[in-house]
Structures are given as structure tokens and as C-alpha cells.
Design a binder for this molecule. Sequence first.
Ligand SMILES: *Cc1c(COP(=O)(O)O)cnc(C)c1O
Length: 374
Amino acid sequence: MALRALARINLAAIERNCARLRAGLREGSALCAVVKANGYGHGAVAAARAAQGGGADWIAVAAAGEAAELRAAGIAGPLLVMGAISAAELPLALDADADIVAWSPLFVAALRASGRSGIRVHVKLDVGMGRLGTRDAGALARLAEQVAGAPELELAGATTHLPCADADRDGTRAQVARFTAFGERVRALAPHALLHAANSAATLSLPDSHLDLVRCGIAIYGLDPFGIDAAAHGLEPALELSSYVAALKPLAPGESVGYGSTFTATEPTWIATLPIGYGDGFHRAWEKRGTVVIGGQPRPLAGRVSMDNITVDVGPDPSGVREGDPAVLVGPGQSAERLASQVGTIDYEITTALTDRVTREYHRDGEPAAGAGS
Ligand SMILES: *Cc1c(COP(=O)(O)O)cnc(C)c1O
């Protein structure tokens, strides 16, 4: 049965992707599955559960509120909040019994003053991303000493994030080496501290980066961190996005489609309207450049993307298309990587952009499966 905007998510694919990633790790390295931003659009709780089913040892999110959401849904096991945490958000992270990341003396002082104990802290070195973390390894080593010496805190790890793992192997190798040298200093303070640096791209391309833990996001969903072909890495896409042909109508030369009448037919053609739009996460900036597969064939968008609809140029012969037919935005015949390259973004954004209005339907290789809430 057609739905206006439907994401079908194969939890068995997430499980298998995790199992494959884990099997490819160096001896002693564990898998942390990243389910931030609603599991890259797949549903954080469902993705976390499937990842654990596939052998993920850790779960990571970006924000404290995301950790709280997972715990409220019953997700157990080690949980890491990778991102910045404000004073207002800190109780959420600590109530969720999440490990947290620190790089500033002020933040560490706030942790010590929080009235809690047993707070597990990973110190963050900036080896080139230039966002969070500190560049000064000496200063961070002193902070690590403070953490190790504070009765309320536990020095649980050291972390960094690699900016160019998808493009520059030699540069990334050098960044990993710098981080590993720093990690030795942390290990001297806390022998059980976990060292972790790798994202999906590093995990797949640079075994030296595996260390104690890899943090894989995009790859667990079966999408290619290099933006080309997930199958080349043994990964299966978990998400298919579809809509359907709600209206099919002829357009005569001189007639237009959509807001601003930006598409005007020069030849007779047919226009299929699909009830999915930027309100569902199909961005307005993707006007005209994307294709949608209807009747087994890719067809170009025509005219503006609106909030609730997109319009597709079916061509002069509509015989292969009928009202009610499914339209595939991501799925067989159109990978997220392909759509992303058409519209000038990355596969990450294609799925992460999907809003709550898109119905998520969970299955395991075609068999109905319980979803996010259960
Ligand atoms: C999002 C994120 C990851 C996962 O990145 P992928 O490219 O999706 O594997 C890992 N580490 C940090 C710090 C992140 O923010």
C-alpha cells in the first residue's frame, strides 16, 4: 500500500553491517555504533538495538539529550556522548550514565562541582578537525592528570576525530600517529583508558586507526563514507525511501509547473506529482537536479521542490506510469550515494534530513519488525 513518504528500514542489514565491520577490526578493537541525529534518519532506538544485535560493543551519540532518549527506551550498555555538553545538558548525560568527552579545565571543574561521582571522562585531542578538543597535547596531558587524580572522575579514554579519513590516507595516518603518541601518556595515567580515533572511512581504509575502539556511523547504515559504492565495502543499505504518483497530467508547450513557474514545457510532456517535499527532508535546493525512479526508470525533477510535493517530468509517453505507482527516491536503481552526487550533497545528508513526517517502517529482510518504540 502506498504511503506519501515512506522509509522502509531493514534492521537485519544494520545488524549484518555491524557484524562485518566488527569482523574487519584489528585484534583487540571494539565497535562503537554511532546513532546520533536520530540514527542518521533511520531511528536512533531501532538502530541502536540492531547495532547491538550485530555485535556493537558501544553506542555513541552527539548530544546529551540523545543519550537520555536511548536510555528511556531501554538501551543498555556502554554509551558515549561525543559532542559538547552545556551546563544545562550535563545532568541528562550523567543521569544516562554516559561517558563524556572533555578538553577544557573549566568543564572539568564543572564536572567536579556537579555533586556526582564516578563520571567517566574521555579527553579529546584536536589533530586537525579544528572544532572540539584542544591542539595542545601538553595542556591536555595535564588535564588528563587532573581527571585521573580527581576522586569524582575516572579517566576512561582519549579521543580525536579525523577530518580527512575519506580522502587523505597519508595525512590521516600521520594524525593517528600523533594521537597514538598522546594516548600513550594517557595510558600511563590510566592503563585501562580506551584510545579511539576512527570514523567509518578510517575504519574501512586504515587499520592502523582501529586502536581500542572505532566509531562507525554511516557504514552501519550501509552507506559509503567515500560516497561512491557501499557494496564495494561489503555494506548493505538499510533504508529505502519511496513515495507514489498521486497525480499524472499532460503539460502542453508553454504550460508551467510549480511555484515561480520555473519549469515550462517546450514539447508536450507528462508530469507526475509525488506527495513528498522539503517538509519531509527532500531539500528545496535539490530543485531540478535529482532523479526519481518510476516504472523502473530514472526521471528528472521538474520545477521547484515544494513543502509537500515534488513534480517529475515523465516525458511524452506516459504509458509506463500510472497514478498510484510507487516512486523510489532511494532504493533499487537509485542509491543514496547517486542521489547525493546528483543534488550536490553527501549520502549522510540524504537520510539524516528525513523529518518526522516520513513514516518509518521497520522490517528484517522483508519480515515485519518492531520499530523504535518497542
Ligand atoms: C559522527 C561522528 C562519527 C561517525 O562518523 P561516520 O563518518 O558517520 O562514521 C565518529 N566520531 C565523531 C566524533 C562523530 O561526530
